[in-house]
Design a protein around this ligand. Structure first.
Ligand SMILES: [Zn+2]
Length: 432
């Protein structure tokens, strides 16, 4: 039996190395093929997205290439709500084998639909994440994500089975039972929310289970809520593991859109062979340079039931494409730094934006807004505090600093792990 594959000198095997380590020059061709096929499916399905594509002058998948992505129409959560529950389906309703979703406002969830093919894809994406955490056939995965409409529990569950691991579907809560199961089954990977990992770690410590005395855990795959570098350190200390971040949202597929590798534990590899990723300026909708935080926007080019073109997630993160020691060639995203709702702080007042594309009011001049930008030495908060501000007068959003924005100088990725603190804009202020 293969147990965990932890050897820093020999990276654990990838689940789909032919895709995860695809030569960088081959990826665009694959993405282009899939994007064109997706657009063909959307046009054939009719409805909202087909209408928007035709308005944009797109009448065939052959009309577009990757370079055209930025001019294609976007989709949003509002579109899902408007089409609730099945208005955006691109397949006949009887091909839908499952629905999942997230809690929404006013008690109405955001629902997404899956075909058998979508479930298979999702399983593979979660298998990739577990393999990136060092898991393999036979690895015991203690899955304490909630099972249900929420995608966390079943997503990881299906991924573990796809990988050939041994999943313990304990779901959330009933901590005393979880402690017993961990003591008895000696899992090597823990999957749950990061806040629950801390709670569970404290309960295990109270029960006398620590690294070297009863715990076999080696890695954790944590997501579904924002978490900080301090939480990562705390989890690692409590459980004696390497805590890894996983990212996903039900509108795209669920967990498994991106995940960290145990080799570097420094940024989440986006499965961009299936989910084309862009980072957009939340105000203008235009792509931002690599390394600059922007709104994560995904095109689900291989999904069947609910393919979404340029879905604006509302999550803020930055992308980087430098090589990773694990050998994956997939682009990495930073931890999610915040939501677009939090992004704009104007004259000390947080003006919440319901949608990124909502027009700014005339009383809020864009030149007076501050945004998050990386510095040459790492991320800094978007606080435009006089002494630290490096954004030049020519920059659209800030006028007090000296020197070029780091984003124009190929900013260094933060060197100290994942250091983004949520909520990162709480104290942002405007340049004087
Ligand atoms: Zn990696």
């Amino acid at each position: 039996m293969l147990a965990m594959r932890f050897d820093k000198d020999a990276p654990p095997p990838m689940f789909e190395p032919e895709a995860e380590a695809l030569a960088a020059e081959e990826l665009p061709a694959l993405q282009t093929r899939r994007l064109r096929a997706m657009i063909g499916r959307l046009l054939a399905a009719g409805g909202l997205q087909a209408g928007r594509l035709r308005e944009a002058g797109v009448t065939s998948g052959a009309d577009v290439g990757l370079d055209d992505l930025a001019r294609l129409p976007t989709t949003s959560k509002q579109d899902l709500w408007d089409g609730y529950p099945f208005g955006l389906l691109a397949v006949p309703r009887d091909q839908v084998v499952a629905v999942h979703g997230s809690s929404g406002t006013g008690g109405r969830p955001t629902l997404v639909a899956y075909t058998k093919g979508d479930i298979a894809l999702w399983s593979r994406m979660c298998a990739r994440a577990l393999a990136a955490a060092g898991g393999g056939p036979g690895t015991i995965v203690h899955n304490a994500y909630g099972y249900g409409l929420f995608t966390g529990g079943l997503g990881i569950h299906q991924g573990a089975i796809e990988l050939g691991a041994t999943v313990v579907p304990v779901s959330g809560g009933m901590t005393a039972r979880q402690v017993t199961l961990i003591a008895d089954l000696r899992p090597e990977i823990l999957t749950c929310t990061p806040s629950y990992a801390i709670r569970l770690g404290e309960a295990l410590a109270e029960a006398g289970l620590t690294k070297g005395s009863g715990l076999a855990l080696k890695a954790g795959v944590f997501g579904a809520e924002p978490w900080t570098q301090e939480m990562r350190v705390r989890i690692n200390e409590l459980l004696g593991i390497t805590a890894l971040d996983i990212y996903g949202l039900s509108e795209v597929i669920g967990p498994g859109v991106a995940s960290e590798c145990i080799v570097a534990a420094d940024g989440l590899h986006v499965n961009e062979d299936h989910f084309l990723v862009e980072t957009l300026d939340p105000l203008t909708g235009q792509p931002v340079p690599e390394g600059t935080p922007g709104e994560l926007t995904f095109s689900t080019v291989t999904k069947e039931a609910l393919p979404l073109l340029r879905y604006r997630s509302g999550d803020i993160a930055a992308l980087r494409s430098d090589p990773c020691p694990c050998g994956r060639t997939l682009v990495r995203m930073s931890k999610v730094m915040g939501r677009i709702d939090d992004m704009l702080v104007i004259r000390g007042v947080n003006r919440r934006m319901a949608r990124a594309r909502a027009p700014m009011t005339s009383s809020v001049p864009r030149s007076k807004t501050a945004s998050a930008r990386p510095s040459a030495s790492g991320w800094r908060s978007p606080s435009c505090r006089q002494a630290r501000c490096r954004v030049p007068r020519s920059a659209r959003r800030c006028g007090c600093g000296a020197g070029l924005p780091a984003s124009r100088r190929s900013p260094a990725w933060p060197a100290d792990g994942t250091r983004v603190i949520m909520p990162f804009l709480a104290d942002a202020t405007v340049c004087p």
